[in-house]
Ligand binder design. Structure first.
Ligand code: GCU
Length: 417
């Protein structure tokens, strides 16, 4: 009884960590100045990561230690995109509970590898409506988890249909990616956490040790998606067809861009991190009153974040500094941020500013040239030799397009070759 009461009190009066207001990326919450990469990593990086876990995305997903990740090759075939010969593989990622001796979760992963050249890097990305929407190949199996209703992707009763095949192909220029020597792996985000406030726990969060208790710092869907991306990398590392030395690039669009950033930040095995139109609580500044704000995002999508995040709705001034803190956690690894000029909801200029301010931390690692914070012209990418971070704002609206992918590959070529 006493124990229960204590537990209840702990739950109700959870002590929140105090994060002081900041206006400097290189000053700790205790007021210490950071002057070196070592101090950054030992002191400031760790406390900022903790801050984002507690206040925004929730604690990193942790599944019971009795779970093991296994991979099964379901199918492989040779396909051609133009003149490029490509190995198409279908994998099943399986989490087996070794204590209970049963499979707890199973997620299909689609992988494309160019065959006739050394692979320059592998893009790892989640998709919004199922793997089969990315291409018309009949050999891509249907995901069976809940899929949000959407006429454009021919989703019927929250499931894929034959007509769904290839309906998001414009977002996945496989031919160009393969011809440029990059591999591409994708999973359906909804397999890790369905994108719905009533169902989001039906993926990995049902096993998350932090989510089991009534905990306002537990992960939301973005954390589950990020976890999924990190697990995909683990699975790929064991791939017999993709050498371990192939650079791993995590990339995502919009809400999945927020997840790609959080994956890049929480797992330093990623060699490059790319955010496309990630907007509010992604790359965009939260304190700039432009586009989506914390109130609107947490009202419409409360389950994307830790419950604690609502504390900042209509009170962005309570946030310690801003999203440059998140981008800076990627340093010193190459980071690319992409915006679209008509994507006002995501605040392109706010995305640019976070990117630009994050350079302060990159400068601790190398004497890289800092670009002055001046919003560039449309379709004038900032991809410069010696600059570890890249940016573009393209013409057009909220989307991930061929233009974006081509810049990501240029950025990859610059850093990996
Ligand atoms: C909504 C949401 C954004 C999100 C976007 C998307 O517009 O408000 O935060 O990035 O959906 O994922 O397409």
């Amino acid at each position: 009884m006493k124990g229960n009461l204590l537990f209840f009190l702990l739950v109700v009066f959870q002590v929140n960590a105090i994060f002081a207001q900041q206006d400097d990326l290189l000053t700790t919450f205790q007021g210490h100045k950071i002057n070196s990469a070592l101090d950054w990593e030992m002191e400031r990086r760790a406390e900022i990561l903790y801050y984002f876990e507690q206040e925004i995305y929730g604690m990193q997903v942790k599944i019971p230690s009795s779970f093991v990740l296994q991979r099964r090759l379901v199918m492989q075939e040779e396909v051609h995109y133009g003149t490029t010969s490509v190995l198409h593989q279908e994998w099943s990622l399986v989490w087996r509970d070794t204590l209970k001796g049963r499979i707890q979760m199973e997620v299909p992963m689609t992988l494309f590898i160019p065959r006739e050249q050394a692979v320059k890097g592998v893009f790892v990305s989640l998709n919004f409506y199922g793997n089969a929407t990315m291409d018309t190949l009949k050999s891509i199996p249907f995901n069976t988890a809940y899929i949000p209703a959407n006429e454009k992707f021919k989703i019927v009763n929250h499931q894929l249909t034959e007509a769904s095949r290839g309906t998001s192909a414009w977002r996945w220029p496989i031919a160009e990616i393969m011809a440029s020597g990059y591999a591409l792996a994708t999973c359906y985000a909804g397999d890790f956490a369905p994108d719905h406030r009533a169902h989001f726990r039906k993926g990995v969060l049902q096993f998350d040790v932090h989510s089991r208790r009534f905990n306002r710092h537990a992960s939301g869907a973005i954390g589950a998606w990020a976890w999924g991306l990190n697990q995909m990398m683990t699975a790929l590392e064991k791939s017999p067809t993709l050498s371990k030395s192939v650079p791993r690039i995590v990339v995502g669009h919009s809400r999945l861009g927020k997840a790609a950033l959080w994956a890049g930040v929480t797992d330093s095995r990623w060699d490059m991190v790319i955010s496309n139109n990630s907007g509010c609580l992604g790359a965009a500044q939260s304190k700039r009153p432009v586009g989506e704000d914390v109130y609107r995002i947490t009202k419409r999508f409360p389950y994307w974040f830790a419950r604690r995040c609502r504390h900042y709705a209509k009170h962005e001034e309570r946030l310690a500094l801003d999203q440059q803190m998140l981008l800076a956690l990627v340093a010193p690894r190459p980071l690319y941020v992409a915006s679209a000029i008509q994507d006002e909801w995501a605040d392109p200029e706010g995305e640019y500013l976070s990117w630009c301010y994050a350079q302060e931390v990159y400068a601790l690692y190398a004497k890289s040239p800092k670009t002055p914070c001046q919003f560039p012209a449309v379709n004038q990418p900032q991809i410069l030799t010696g600059l570890p971070i890249g940016y573009h704002v393209r013409k057009g609206d909220h989307d991930i397009t061929m233009y974006d992918w081509k810049r990501f590959m240029e950025f990859g070529d610059l850093h990996f070759h």
